[in-house]
Ligand binder design. Sequence first.
Ligand SMILES: Cc1cc2nc3c(=O)[nH]c(=O)nc-3n(C[C@H](O)[C@H](O)[C@H](O)COP(=O)(O)OP(=O)(O)OC[C@H]3O[C@@H](n4cnc5c(N)ncnc54)[C@H](O)[C@@H]3O)c2cc1C
Length: 341
Amino acid sequence: MKSLSRRIFIKQSGILATAIVMPLSYHSILNKTEMSDKELFDVIIIGGSYSGLAAAMALGRALRKVLIIDSGKPCNRQTPFSHNFLTQDGKTPKEIATLAKQQVAVYNTVELYNDLVIHVSKTQNGFRIQTSSEAIFSASKLVFATGIKDEMPDIKGFSECWGISVLHCPYCHGYEVKNETTAIMGNGDYGFEFAKLISNWTKDLTLLTNGKSSLNTAQTESLARNGIEVVEKEIEELESVNGQLQSIIFKDGTKKIIKAIYTRLPFEQHCQLPEQLGCELTKDGYIKIDTSHKTTINGIYACGDNVTRLRTVANAVAMGTTAGMMVNKELVEEKFTIKNN
Ligand SMILES: Cc1cc2nc3c(=O)[nH]c(=O)nc-3n(C[C@H](O)[C@H](O)[C@H](O)COP(=O)(O)OP(=O)(O)OC[C@H]3O[C@@H](n4cnc5c(N)ncnc54)[C@H](O)[C@@H]3O)c2cc1C
């Protein structure tokens, strides 16, 4: 990695990065018609967490000039330990990201810029990016590795427990709370299927439908046969100490001791720019991609949580690697097509 970029990586400071990468004033940048080499990239990756960094490594190793722009808000930032990613099991999310950044920083064609991308426009040769600190960059291809944002329910104390004792995935955190007094927050088919899955990790299980149950008769009977209680009372509050759940208080004033909850929250795309650029979303709200990670807009790729329900660090990394390789392949193909025409 170039010495200038290395400083950006190591300091992780938006201010320093702004001073180094963008020495020009806002107006001079907006009035500019041509970019300097420093601001022109083969690929800009928006989102520099696990998936974006994996894409950057593949592209850096393919000798591409790459800029990663990251606003520093990965979805797992509140979780104390990350599990089920081979070689990094039990590390903090930050430790994994820091090691990833150090390894990507080895490649001198890759730069990291700490900022929020707020605007993207299509140009004749690619895309023009503007950040919240008014920096402007251009690239032939874009990769969105921007993740998703979980929407917290309106339950007092819920967000304090998110990722600590209120969990999204048993493969990530189930082993640590095995055999605990556990609940599923969910209803209908989704609540039923989630309760069945979690019964693998604990027999002390309750399904909280948080209002009238929409389970069908067969599902209700199946849960009863398997010793899973269904509670329809509405939830008022989660009582916790440092994010560790102690009990649930219901709206009728009663209380139930529960040590862990699993739930899948509604979400929105962390970054709305792909949609604004015309990228189609699936009916579930993910960015639509093909097997090469191409979105429905030419030159724009997406990878990580923003394209899939299978939400793990390992999967985000795998998708980022594939997306990086596919972007490079397209750039190679384009060069040959232009030369041969
Ligand atoms: C609470 C919780 C706990 C988890 N625990 C585990 C676990 O133990 N094990 C496991 O394998 N998985 C776990 N996961 C899943 C895992 O964290 C995700 O699958 C993974 O973080 C996805 O990586 P990503 O790079 O796609 O997105 P993210 O990690 O969410 O990163 C997206 C990045 O894009 C940036 N960004 C967004 N918009 C912009 C923009 N406009 N400009 C610049 N930057 C932008 C964000 O700031 C962020 O840094 C957990 C998830 C949650 C929510």
